[in-house]
Design a protein around this ligand. Structure first.
Ligand SMILES: Nc1ncnc2c1ncn2[C@@H]1O[C@H](COP(=O)(O)OP(=O)(O)OP(=O)(O)O)[C@@H](O)[C@H]1O
Length: 819
């Protein structure tokens, strides 16, 4: 928290004047938002330097020049900037100038394009060598092509070259060149992907996404699924990249088939070439991959978006079919015959059973994917999923040995298919010598347990016994069997005993039930940096929590199953847009929700099942990043907690989230007031509803005028009470959140950053020098500046407290033995 001291008003004015000179300098924003206090720091301060005990900031003099303001967002009374990125006292490095070509130069300013571009490149070549040379050549080619197209070609993103077009302007070309410059600057080394032998268009999109290497599950699944044609039963921790572990093999297979078809038809050289068109159309206008996933958010925002971003340089369309969205629109999309469909079982089955022809051409299906398979057997999904599976052509399930070999050249026996069109297609296949592979089934989950002898059972066709298939832990095995997974399937289980991501720090915070709001606000206000998801089990709790947070001016959004799909998507989009924002959600958001940089997950209410705890926590620490989860545990959570402990023994050993008690009185005051406002506001809504009912029906029902008047008076007094409470809360929130025992001697206990440590060191040495009569600052314009202690995010607070505990002579326990 910012603790700022001793600044006289004249100096403050100086700062104001200086900062005003530089409009890009936002220092004044911070300086004037802060409540300055006169405190004289004591010499004891020097003891704190590097002690790791906490933060203490002193400010002696502010100088406009040294106080260059990093771009911090000031949220109310706390700093919300990113320390690592923004607290540097260096001025920002100037952005390199990129030569631009003004529109008025006209579309044929050849030399300006060449000169400006080359000039830029030559400069760059000196600094970064070979890679840049390659990029120069590429640019020169592009520019030449631009000149050839003449009329203002625009870059074709699919090919990475310029094609003619009539709407393109020089500005567009310039923009594209600028884009390339930035691409080149971040040239991505894809050598780690080389062994996976991916199609160049996929490599291109991986480079654009900045994915330098496959994740372990991708490394294991892609060769087996994409090159050996195997079925996969795959499991890996949350956020480990499972979507692309099945997405890349699908795209790879479709792209390489497209290439083979193209090559084969070219070789045949039919006269008039109509045959080629027919075949290619026939082959690529069918449903080739059907991906089924349990939730709408997963289908829309994780899988569909993800596949589209990897397929962006190809012509392969990906369409999502989920409930809550317009059926008519989805039917229109199906008319475009997308080869890849991602859907939830309910809407998929609704469209299938309504006779959508594209969804009936399942004989062309090359991939059937079940994502988050363990959840599919839950109530509400299974019936439809079963019906979808029943629609799949049977031929795949008992393919003769030869055909199920899974090798690249495996041909599917089409004779047992009734569709004459398919036979026609098969004959073309033979004619063109393009082998058609069997359908592959890919089943993915974050958790996996297979019953003993499962693979043997698949081979012999012996069904899982009812006692086994009914068990929740064997749901993936059960579904795999139902979906017709081959006995040659590769079972890739990368789940560790921890199941959650390695870089996830889990913790618990014990409190009473009625204190949960206080601790939640503590986490969000004292630490909360970056995106946070707060999980509630019930919608009523979610509503209460979000309402209180809003009254406390915490930027937050809600997500639960009773919201309309449109609202759900809007909430997610808003949540994504802001770096420092809270999503209060029920378990609809627990699975598969992939929002970048969620820093913290708070379990406000514990989930009923361990699996859900794992998925909730897995919303952070994704894609090899780190993150923190905090479970608020009250005595009433005892039974749920013991369920979690029985499945996840590590729960008993989780670290305690550190709480700095000095903030609690101030936090408590705010939360108590917010609760009162919330209560009064609910009452207000109730009275309002009642009042309008009264005034509507008073005459009709012959109600006493006095009753109506009384009701109005009650409403008015409640309204006045609500307004006064709101004012009071508003005033309170304007104050900085200070620790109870705030004085120059106190430390926050939340840890200090390297910058603050250095500044404290400077300060200590300054003081000791000036005591010795040698002021090092004499004659200097500004001495030194400390803005305040950074708000540190929960993960760092937790890590700091753990590192303190690791020190010798520390007696605090990490374990959580209470429950
Ligand atoms: N090779 C890669 N390199 C870097 N990031 C990647 C890579 N592959 C995927 N990602 C990113 O990792 C994040 C998590 O991926 P994904 O959603 O596929 O995980 P998941 O295992 O399906 O998670 P969950 O089980 O929670 O659904 C995504 O944001 C994705 O963009």
């Amino acid at each position: 928290m910012p603790i700022l001291e001793k600044i006289d008003h004249e100096k403050k004015r100086k700062v104001k004047r200086k900062t005003r000179k530089n409009p890009s300098n936002n220092g004044q924003k911070i300086i004037h938002k802060v409540n300055w206090k006169d405190v004289t720091p004591g010499d004891a301060l020097s003891l704190l330097v590097d002690s790791g005990e906490g933060g203490f900031i002193s400010l002696e003099e502010i100088d406009g020049d040294t106080c260059w303001e990093p771009e911090l967002g000031v949220a109310d009374d706390v700093y919300s900037g990113d320390m690592d990125a923004d607290y540097s006292l260096e001025k920002p490095t100037k952005r390199r100038k990129v030569n631009t070509i003004r529109e008025e130069n006209g579309p044929f300013m050849e030399s300006s394009i060449g000169i400006s571009d080359n000039h830029f490149e030559v400069k760059d070549m000196k600094s970064s060598g070979k890679k840049k040379k390659i990029s120069i050549r590429r640019k020169e080619v592009d520019i030449e092509q631009f000149l050839v197209t003449g009329s203002g070609g625009v870059p074709n993103s699919a090919e990475g070259t310029l094609v003619s077009g009539d709407g393109g302007s020089v500005q567009q070309v310039t923009d594209s060149l600028k884009l390339q410059e930035s691409d080149d600057e971040n040239a991505v080394d894809l050598s780690e992907w080389a062994e996976l032998r991916l199609h160049p268009l996929l490599e291109k999109s991986l480079a654009a996404l900045g994915f330098t290497e496959p994740t372990p599950i991708q490394r294991a699944c892609i060769p087996a699924a994409a090159h050996q044609g195997k079925d996969i039963i795959g499991a890996a921790e949350t956020g480990s990249g499972k979507t692309l572990a099945f997405g890349i093999p699908i795209l790879q297979r479709l792209l390489s088939e497209q290439d083979k078809w193209s090559q084969a038809t070219d070789e045949l050289k039919y006269e008039g070439n109509t045959h080629k068109d027919l075949v290619v159309k026939d082959e690529f206008c069918h449903l080739r991959a059907l991906i089924v996933t349990p939730t709408r958010e997963l289908a829309l925002q994780q899988i569909c978006d993800h596949l589209r971003s990897v397929a962006k340089f190809t012509n392969i369309k990906v369409v999502s079919l989920v409930g809550g969205m317009s059926t008519q629109k989805q039917q229109r999309l199906l008319k475009g015959k997308p080869p890849i469909i991602v859907g939830t079982p309910g809407r998929l089955w609704e469209l299938m059973s309504s006779g959508e022809s594209h969804l009936h051409e399942l004989q062309y299906l090359s991939f059937f994917v079940l994502d988050e398979a363990d959840r599919m057997v839950e109530k509400g999904h299974f019936h439809e999923l079963q019906s979808i599976i029943d629609m799949l052509p049977q031929s795949n399930k008992h393919v003769p040995e030869l055909l199920s070999a899974g090798a690249d050249d495996t041909l599917l026996n089409y004779d047992n298919m009734r569709d004459p069109e398919t036979k026609y297609s098969t004959s073309i296949h033979n004619e063109l010598r393009v082998p058609r592979k069997r359908r592959q089934t890919l089943v993915f989950s974050a958790t996996l347990s297979l019953p003993p002898g499962f693979k043997k059972k698949l081979k012999t066709g012996v069904r899982l016994s009812q006692s086994v298939s009914g068990k929740a832990e064997y749901s993936v095995a059960y579904l795999s069997e139902k979906a017709g997974v081959s006995h040659k399937a590769a079972v890739i289980d990368l789940t560790s005993t921890a199941i959650v991501a390695a870089k996830l720090e889990e913790s618990v915070l014990e409190c009473r039930e009625e204190e949960k709001d206080i601790y939640l606000y503590y986490i969000l206000k004292v630490h909360g940096r970056g995106r946070t998801i707060v999980f509630c089990t019930s919608i009523s709790a979610l509503r209460r929590v979000s309402s209180i947070l809003r009254f406390l001016q915490v930027s937050c959004w809600s997500l639960h199953a009773q919201m309309q799909q449109r609202q759900r998507l809007k909430a997610m989009d808003r949540f994504r847009e802001k770096d420092d924002c809270v999503l209060v959600a029920t378990d609809v958001a627990a699975r598969g929700l992939d929002i970048p940089d969620i820093r913290t997950v708070v379990h406000y209410q514990l989930p009923h099942a361990a699996e859900m705890y794992v998925h909730r926590s897995g919303r952070t620490a994704r894609a090899l990043k780190d993150g923190c989860s905090i479970a608020l545990i009250s005595p009433s959570d005892k039974s749920k907690f013991s369920v979690l402990c029985s499945t996840l023994p590590k729960m008993k050993m989780l670290s305690k989230f550190p709480v700095n008690g000095t903030y609690l009185p101030a936090i408590q005051k705010r939360v108590a007031l917010a609760l009162q406002v919330d209560k009064a506001s609910r009452r207000h809504s109730q009275l309002k509803a009642k009042e309008s009912w009264f005034s509507l029906h008073a005459k009709e029902l012959d109600l006493d005028f006095e009753d109506v008047k009384e009701e109005n008076e009650r409403e008015n007094s409640n309204n006045a009470n609500l307004k006064s409470l709101q004012r009071e809360l508003h005033e309170l929130l304007k104050q900085p959140l200070e620790p109870n025992a705030f004085s120059h001697r106190y430390i926050t206990g939340a840890g200090i950053t390297p910058l603050v440590a250095t500044q404290l060191q400077d300060y200590a040495s300054f003081r000791s020098n000036s005591h010795a009569g040698r002021s090092p600052m004499r004659g200097q314009k500004g001495r030194f500046v400390v803005i305040g202690q950074e708000q540190i995010e929960p993960l760092k607070a937790l890590q700091n407290s753990l590192s303190l505990l690791k020190r010798p002579n520390t007696s605090s326990k990490i374990v959580n033995p209470k429950y």
